[in-house]
Design a protein. Structure first.
Length: 164
């Protein structure tokens, strides 16, 4: 294969992570570059206001206090207790919350890495995406949500404003 052919093939591939949320029914598909780190046995966060079902609380990470989001609460579902998760995907903030740098998503299992390409079986499903999701997809026979990062970062900003 020529150098140009190899570059085109690599450009058509995207490394991603499949995150299983606390309720085991929801999975998020994120680009690998969106995730800064995954914490196992993360400490319990400082409690959030009960009026925000999408916020588990504030997590101390690398000398920062970052909001820990409960994706199920954002999507309108039942939020599981943080004890059900104990793993956190630290997400790079690049939009509205860029000044905060990062936020966390509570997850149940270690993320599964995926290399996605045109022939990897990724397809959009013709269903309404829940709040917090840009799209519902099927990847390798499993449903997954592609997050609406813009909304997530708006919530991160709002959590910071309500905390101060």
């Amino acid at each position: 294969m020529s150098d140009t052919g190899e570059r085109n093939q690599k450009a058509a591939e995207v490394d991603g992570l499949l995150l299983t949320l606390a309720n085991d029914r929801l999975q998020l598909l994120l680009p690998l570059a969106a995730v800064a780190e995954v914490l196992e046995d993360a400490p319990l966060p400082a409690q959030a206001l009960a009026s925000q079902p999408w916020l588990h609380g504030w997590l101390s990470w690398r000398g920062r206090e970052i909001p820990l989001l409960a994706y199920e609460g954002i999507a309108g579902g039942k939020t599981m207790g943080y004890q059900e998760c104990q793993r956190v995907a630290i997400i790079n903030a690049v939009g509205a919350a860029a000044s905060q740098g990062f936020y966390g998503l509570a997850i149940r299992e270690l993320p599964r890495p995926l290399r996605l390409s045109a022939d990897s079986g990724l397809r959009a499903l013709d269903v309404e995406a829940p709040r917090g999701s840009a799209l519902v997809v099927e990847v390798r026979g499993e449903p997954a949500l592609i997050p609406d990062f813009e909304l997530l970062e708006q919530l991160v900003v709002s959590a910071g404003l309500k905390r101060n």
